[in-house]
Design a binder for this molecule. Structure first.
Ligand SMILES: [Zn+2]
Length: 400
């Protein structure tokens, strides 16, 4: 198979970098995780070296020459600017003092001599879900993704593009305050979030929310519960397992979480009216009987108008462990294609020869490189019908 160019996608995490590679035709050339230690705790110099090792690793695994790589997509955990400058106040994953205000995107681009396209990890995963669901129609569609983990991440995709906002802070779904009437039990304390806001989506719908807010309260309602004997951090991580086993208290906790996500999606419906609402996180990989119950609860609490019910859907984010790297790769490919179109548009207005525009521009096709490739993993637009669910109609829900 002939491949004219590829992009590399890198997902930088607290312990590992995960890399992948995407060809110009939209095929992933790796069907598994390609991981190396991220070394972020040792500071920027070491971590940038590790990102280079990650690029080398995916090239080696696929036999693709570096000359075929036209751009690199990179994501990291936040908070960082929309252009990849780590917060000057530091960040959970970037504790080393050297990270404060560090331009991780610019540093990697400088070392590689290639364009590097940056997104935060939630936005990358959102972009991946969007591409998997909409494939060739990605550019005409919009979506919102909520990904439940330690925090509540995700992002907003409009017309195939990550919405970053003026300061790079758009799509911070976790810190959107949600209505809590009818969600909290009588006497349940107002949940607090690390961001300083009380009663936002993350204060309920995240592992941190379980640990700090939900579990401490529910253990007072279920005195003598097995989890009460454990340190709270350890107990919080076990709640999902208990829910899968049908434990009443654990199910009550996840019911509140699912309600919170439904209410967040309701806000998104009124703000953005997207084509799709994506839900991701550990719960997607949970036992199917529990996952389906959780998913149904999210759906039941997402209040849409009839027109929206007909137009939109709720889906699970697939392959979450690869979503960051793959979303980063899509971001780089989208950027390259867009650059190419801009060059073409410019060329059509120019009286000069087409060749005038062909030197050193990121979007230009390089000489064809023969690379044996194998399409791997989920192709764009191949989310199966079973991954999707229709919304319950608004009136039915109100009657329930
Ligand atoms: Zn918050």
């Amino acid at each position: 198979m002939l491949v004219d160019w590829v992009v590399v996608g890198l997902d930088n995490g607290g312990t590992t970098n995960n890399g992948t590679i995407l060809d110009s035709g939209g095929r992933f050339l790796l069907d598994r995780l390609a991981e190396v230690p991220s070394d972020v705790r040792e500071g920027p110099d070491k971590a940038i070296e590790s990102l280079l090792v990650s690029v080398e690793q995916v090239l080696k695994l696929t036999g693709v020459p570096i000359a075929a790589v036209k751009a690199v997509g990179l994501d990291t955990p936040g908070p960082a600017s929309g252009d990849g400058v780590i917060s000057s106040k530091g960040a959970t994953n970037f504790g080393h003092a050297g990270w404060r205000g560090f331009d991780i995107r610019g540093a990697l681009a400088g070392r590689l001599g290639l364009p590097v396209i940056y997104n935060n990890d939630g936005n990358s995963a959102a972009l991946y879900a969007h591409h998997v669901r909409f494939g060739a129609e990605s550019g005409q569609r919009s979506s919102v993704a909520a990904i439940v983990g330690t925090g509540l991440g995700g992002g907003i995709i409009q017309a195939g593009q990550v919405v970053k906002g003026a300061a790079g802070m758009a799509g911070e779904l976790g810190h959107v305050p949600i209505p809590l009437d009818g969600l909290l039990a009588i006497g349940q304390p107002m949940p607090a979030c690390n961001c300083g806001v009380s009663g936002d989506a993350e204060s309920v719908a995240s592992l941190t929310g379980i640990q700090n807010n939900l579990l401490p309260y529910w253990l007072t309602r279920y005195q003598g519960h097995e989890l009460s004997g454990l340190p709270i951090g350890k107990a919080a991580k076990l709640v999902r397992k208990y829910a899968e086993d049908g434990d009443e208290m654990a199910l009550a906790i996840f019911r509140q979480q699912a309600m919170a996500i439904g209410r967040l999606f309701t806000i998104a419906a009124n703000f953005l009216d997207p084509d799709a609402y994506f839900l991701g996180g550990g719960v997607v990989e949970a036992a199917s009987h529990f996952r389906d119950r959780y998913f149904a609860e999210v759906r039941a609490n997402t209040v849409l108008r009839d027109e929206q019910v007909r137009a939109a859907e709720i889906s699970l984010v697939p392959d979450l462990d690869m979503a960051g790297a793959r979303g980063s790769a899509y971001a780089a490919r989208d950027w390259l294609i867009d650059q190419g179109q801009q060059v073409t548009r410019g060329a059509s207005l120019s009286s000069g020869r087409r060749d005038d525009h062909d030197h050193g521009e990121a979007g230009r096709l390089i000489a064809l490189v023969v690379i044996p490739v194998r399409a791997a993993g989920r192709e764009a637009g191949t989310l199966t019908g079973a991954d999707r669910m229709a919304f319950a109609r608004h009136r039915q829900r109100q009657g329930a």
